[in-house]
Design a protein around this ligand. Structure first.
Ligand code: SAH
Length: 397
């Protein structure tokens, strides 16, 4: 029985009717039935008609996270099972792929499980409960996953900014089954990687770049490459397989670069003369520019510069700076592979930033390929925020 209702202000139901899963506090007229945070509530329009059902949390800017638009859906074990089953069914091709065993199994709102992420790394799962809505059903969700996936163990990385915004503290550690080793070995398109699921960034590996690492390989044969923001060498391992001449890896994390070197050795590329520089990308690129160093390919995969709309302007400047430097470091006809994972920076805006950089660099720059997040990070049409990663491959003359 649902005993609490959230009643929207007049004229504020449109996004709910259009199946956007967030209701901000500003759209709410009144709350009846005194719900506790984490309770299921019905959402009514101003004329007291049902428009959706979700989880209440007045500690969050997103005061209701909608789970369903169907009044007949109870939020019970069966509901979560249907959602997780559907998410897994969408990854069937990946589950069956002979040369890949690491991918995102459940992607939050885009899979109808708001705030929940499950990444599969071989026989292990790494999960994140990033909203109170899914935190409340933590055990149910874990039990269903065990039933559907039968992992060797599940490790929790429920931490960071998103949890804070929901009024939740960080929780990390093993939550089911065997305790995973410090480094898990995975296979991605036939390439081997060590993943630090306990201390690595996010859940350990940037799975969203899997398809891009493959697509970019065709530009790398016999090339001198600057892999900026290299992390654990994702693009570099692919580059080595593709026959790259020399790879310069730059990252501010020494630990990440140590794993990058191990990853290269693991794939049989231990005796190459690549370089690993623990440095700030902005600084090292300026130094290369001042010394007129040139590359055939520059890969720029920075962390999120804009964490919200408020940061877009500053982020734009950061993207412009590195891309301008990237263009300057390329030989004529060289290839710039450039990404933005800031959801708040649209593909349009990102292209405009590149335009500005090209004008300032005085180079003739052509887009030759457009990239986005891998297919296991689907974009839900009713929730455009699920689209965040965009990339441009440019020929720079
Ligand atoms: N391309 C990688 C993922 C990159 S994630 C892959 O395919 O796996 C972004 C990386 O940028 C992180 O490893 C982080 O340590 C690094 N980083 C963040 N700010 C940096 C800076 N100013 N200079 C150098 N590296 C930075």
């Amino acid at each position: 029985m649902i005993t609490a209702q959230v009643i929207l202000k007049q004229g504020r139901e449109k996004s709910v009717v259009n199946r956007h899963p967030w209701i901000f506090s500003g759209a709410i007229g009144r709350v009846e039935g005194n719900p506790a945070n984490g309770d299921v509530v019905d959402v009514w329009n101003s004329k007291a008609r049902f428009v959706g059902r979700g989880i209440y949390n007045d500690k969050s800017q997103i005061q209701v996270r909608l789970l369903t638009w169907n009044p007949n859906d109870a939020i019970d074990e069966d509901f979560w099972r249907r959602r997780l089953r559907r998410a897994i069914a969408g990854r069937q091709a990946l589950l069956e792929a002979p040369d890949t065993d690491a991918f995102r199994l459940v992607y939050s709102e885009a899979d109808g499980v708001p705030g929940f992420i499950a990444d599969q790394y071989g026989t292990w799962l790494v999960v994140q409960f990033l909203s109170l809505a899914v935190e409340r059903y933590r055990q149910t969700i874990l039990d269903i996953l065990v039933d559907l996936v039968a992992p060797q163990g599940i490790y929790d990385r429920s931490e960071g900014e998103a949890r804070e915004k929901e009024g939740l503290v960080s929780v990390t550690g093993p939550v089911w089954g065997e305790i995973p080793p410090d480094m898990i070995e995975i296979m991605e398109n036939g390439h081997t990687f060590l993943v630090d699921i306990k201390l690595g960034q996010k859940t350990g590996f940037y799975l969203d770049q899997r398809e891009n690492r493959q697509k970019v390989s065709k530009y790398l044969f016999n090339k001198e490459i600057l892999n900026a923001f290299a992390y654990t060498g994702g693009f570099s391992v692919y580059a080595a397989y593709a026959g790259a001449k020399r790879i310069m890896n730059v990252d501010s994390s020494e630990r990440a670069l140590q794993i990058a070197e191990r990853n290269m050795r693991r794939n049989g590329f231990g005796d190459r003369e690549d370089i690993y520089a623990v440095a700030d990308v902005f600084e090292i690129m300026r130094a290369y520019r001042d010394n007129s160093w040139k590359f055939d390919v520059v890969i720029l995969d920075p962390p999120k510069f804009a964490h919200s709309k408020r940061h877009v302007e500053k982020a734009t400047q950061g993207y412009k700076d590195i891309n301008l430097l990237g263009m300057k470091l390329l030989k004529p006809g060289g290839v710039l592979v450039t990404f933005s994972c800031s959801g708040a920076v649209s593909a349009d805006l990102f292209q405009k930033v590149l335009f500005g950089a090209a004008v300032d660099a005085g180079r003739h720059v052509q887009i030759i390929e457009r990239l986005s997040q891998s297919s296991d990070h689907p974009v839900l049409l009713t929730y455009p925020e699920s689209e965040y990663l965009k990339g441009l491959v440019c020929r720079v003359w």
